[in-house]
Design a protein around this ligand. Structure first.
Ligand code: ATP
Ligand code: MG
Length: 388
């Protein structure tokens, strides 16, 4: 018998896919459209700062609204250009020079990849803007990454440019899932960038269900996924922080696992397996990029937790020093180790809770935050990376 495949259109679960319908974001779509509307009357709109946790639809909604705007303006002969930059992208936004060169190229102004003085690159970008005229929107997605890489001077120059440039209605849309970078911004830049703010709250269980059911219809062949499996994905993602991307990833991976196992349809069990795989991938990546001493501390903790449920900060020192000796590196002080433990806790690699030991002060009690299978795999990975 020729078994029908599980997926009908797996791409519908990938990040490149733009869904036909955007659920539960009418408020944000309307807000952004309203803010940009003055462009249709040839007036300068406010700058906008868009904030929300990862997977809350910020990029999707912004792309949707700006694309609609572009289509409308083409039809009505209104001059408008949207320059979209994902600031996490390498070679595009890792230096001020590169970003300006990239934006200029989107405006049709060639700038050599290197070699010009910064002033000159600014001048060319400025004149490219003036040449194009009309309305220009610059979208800086993942703007926190830009500030981390190149500082805030560029944003200062951009916000100034918005105010001073003639014959162009220039406005900025900054998008971020991390507010910590705001602390470093010059007060004027901060207030200029967030003339308007739009918040994207996390999706709840019901909202995630709507998004997932809709997408599953496109992605899977009829009867190839249980309703219970889809609701489980929604529940897991809602528990975490309402991240639609994670929910869609779970669905995709569950389908792949079912397919690989030769199973007839996707059921709840596949969602559990998918979650485990996602956790392992995430934790393994988090462990891989740790600095050496953090790796040694994590390795120590995971070794100790192999045959007990919990360890105290004080228990770690001796074993940690022993590993350092084996590796020929100088051990860090107890205080630094405490800091590292707090960092590992923040990343979810371990659980550490502060407990009071009466007059002996406070200590941290560390327990495992990983599943058994993930624990074993990370331990093995660290052993190899540390060459132990
Ligand atoms: N309301 C929605 N309706 C349908 N699909 C959605 C909705 N919100 C998000 N998605 C889907 O979820 C995924 C994540 O959305 P998006 O990339 O817009 O998140 P984000 O807020 O930009 O996250 P990040 O901060 O990590 O960049 C995408 O695949 C998107 O298509
Ligand atoms: Mg995004």
């Amino acid at each position: 018998m020729n078994k029908e495949s599980i997926f009908r259109n797996k791409d519908a679960l990938s990040i490149k896919y733009s869904p036909e319908k955007i659920y539960h974001r009418d408020e944000q779509i309307n807000a952004l459209s309203r803010i940009l509307a003055p462009m249709l009357r040839n007036e300068k709109p406010s700058n906008v700062f868009i904030y929300g946790l990862t997977g809350t639809g910020k990029t999707l909604v912004t792309t949707y609204v700006t694309t609609n705007l572009e289509n409308f303006t083409i039809k009505h002969n209104i001059p408008l250009k949207v320059l979209f930059v994902n600031c996490k992208m390498k070679k595009v936004a890792d230096t001020e020079y590169r970003l300006l060169a990239y934006l200029s190229s989107l405006l049709g102004e060639g700038v050599p990849a290197t070699g010009l003085p910064t002033d000159e690159v600014y001048r060319r970008f400025y004149s490219a803007l003036e040449n194009i005229g009309g309305n220009v929107v610059i979208v800086l997605d993942e703007i926190d990454a830009l500030v981390k890489k190149v500082g805030d001077e560029l944003l200062y120059n951009f916000t100034r440019m918005c105010e001073t440039i003639k014959d162009v209605n220039l406005s900025l849309i900054g998008i971020s899932n991390d507010l910590s970078f705001m602390e470093y911004l010059d007060a004027r830049v901060k207030s200029s960038l967030s003339e308007e703010e739009i918040i994207f709250p996390p999706y709840n269980y019901e909202q995630l269900k709507d998004i997932l059911f809709d997408r599953a219809m496109v992605a899977f062949n009829p009867g190839k996924i249980d309703e219970a499996a889809i609701t489980k994905c929604a529940a897991l993602a809602a528990q975490e922080h309402g991240d639609a991307r994670r929910a869609l990833d779970l669905l995709r991976i569950a389908g792949e696992i079912a397919e690989r196992n030769g199973d007839e349809r996707v059921v709840e069990k596949h969602i559990d397996l998918a979650e485990e795989k996602l956790d392992l991938d995430r934790m393994s990546e988090a462990a891989r990029v740790l600095p050496k001493h953090s790796k040694i501390v994590l390795y120590t903790v995971l070794c100790l937790l192999r045959n007990r449920d919990k360890v105290l900060t004080g228990d770690i020192q001796k074993y940690y020093e022993h590993i350092c000796e084996q590796l020929g590196v100088r051990p860090l002080t107890q205080r630094r180790i405490s800091d590292i433990i707090a960092e590992l806790d923040m990343q979810g690699l371990i659980n550490a809770s502060v407990i009071s030991k009466g007059r002996y002060g406070r200590t941290r009690e560390i327990t495992l935050s990983l599943s058994k299978a993930t624990h074993d795999k990370i331990l093995l990975q660290l052993k190899q990376e540390l060459d132990l």
